[in-house]
Design a protein around this ligand. Structure first.
Ligand SMILES: [Zn+2]
Length: 308
């Protein structure tokens, strides 16, 4: 039940209002729309002020706002038809993540937890295919909101984990077990140190400091918590400077991170090797490419290439 989520704060009685939205029954709810705020800061209170004072709405447009630290602000009862996807609002719950196309691990965890809880709430039926981004609704294609590839979001939901953490749980001080061991080995491989305890499977102060050090070095949010952005950055760090060797007869190289035909810049053949700079994601695809020192891109698919 979404009301029981530990990150949830009920602000329905505190946010600015001027009137009320129409109501609906829960059985009318068939979809959950994801939004970003297109701002780097803000919360349900500031968005409510804008929606009421400037836009003249009865209240804040979203049902939930997820702030940078992962707090879920519950701003409208879900039986309210609030305003967040024009002409599509009646069946939709609106969730806004504060950010402008970039979200914290804590936010992705909270989005995952909230969507999972809403979908398992008795009386609400939302298929994974109806978890959509603002710009996936009719008439909204030109909107940049929600600032994330929703195929990635839906795939993560199906796989049962938050966006971007590759199936690793979000880990923090006090956790222990095999996932922590993977994290510690990845940190060591990325050049961080665990001088006293090494990779021991326990997430204590030393591991937290190594995570913070890595996050600082990678220009990530420095919170000492290994979430989606940290896991992704660890994946990238593990490949930098390594050689990718072509194992198939021939493989395309690409001029930009795209699988489009006009991005093919040429072909390389079996046995050729290239130095990797990083792994990059490809818009509209769950596959990734290696960026090479030459500036070209090559597949990461292990059926065609291998890392040395
Ligand atoms: Zn939106």
């Amino acid at each position: 039940m979404y009301r029981n989520l530990t990150q949830l704060v009920d602000v329905r009685g505190q946010v600015k209002r001027n009137g009320s939205f129409a109501s609906r029954s829960w059985t009318q709810i068939t979809g959950i729309a994801r939004h970003h705020s297109a701002t780097t800061s803000g919360d349900a209170f500031s968005f409510a002020n804008y929606h009421v004072n400037t836009l003249g709405w009865p209240g804040i447009g979203y049902h939930f706002v997820i702030t940078k630290d992962g707090t879920i602000q519950w701003a409208n009862s879900i039986d309210r038809v609030s305003y967040h996807v024009g002409n599509n609002n009646t069946p939709l719950i609106g969730i806004c993540l504060v950010g402008n196309g970039s979200f914290t691990a804590a936010q992705e965890q909270s989005y995952f937890d909230l969507v999972t809880a809403l979908r398992s709430t008795s009386g609400i039926n939302v298929a994974v295919s109806n978890l959509r981004g603002h710009n996936e609704y009719p008439g909204h294609a030109s909107n940049v909101c929600p600032g994330i590839n929703m195929d990635v979001v839906r795939t993560a939901i199906v796989k049962g984990h938050p966006v971007g953490n590759h199936g690793h749980p979000v880990l923090r001080r006090g956790d222990s077990g095999p996932d922590v061991l993977v994290l510690q080995n990845d940190l060591l491989a990325a050049g961080e140190s665990l001088p006293q305890f090494g990779a021991d499977g326990g997430f204590g102060a030393e591991t937290e400091e190594a995570v913070r050090s890595f996050q600082r070095r990678m220009d990530l949010t420095v919170d000492g918590v290994a979430g989606s952005q940290t896991w992704e950055a660890l994946d990238r760090a593990k490949v930098e400077g390594r050689l990718v060797v072509v194992t198939a007869a021939s493989v395309n190289v690409r001029s930009r991170p795209s699988f489009a035909a006009d991005a093919v810049a040429g072909q390389v053949v079996q046995g050729e090797a290239f130095t990797v700079v990083e792994i990059v994601s490809v818009s509209g695809s769950s596959s990734a490419l290696y960026r090479l020192v030459s500036g070209l891109y090559i597949t990461t698919n292990e059926n065609y290439v291998t890392l040395r």
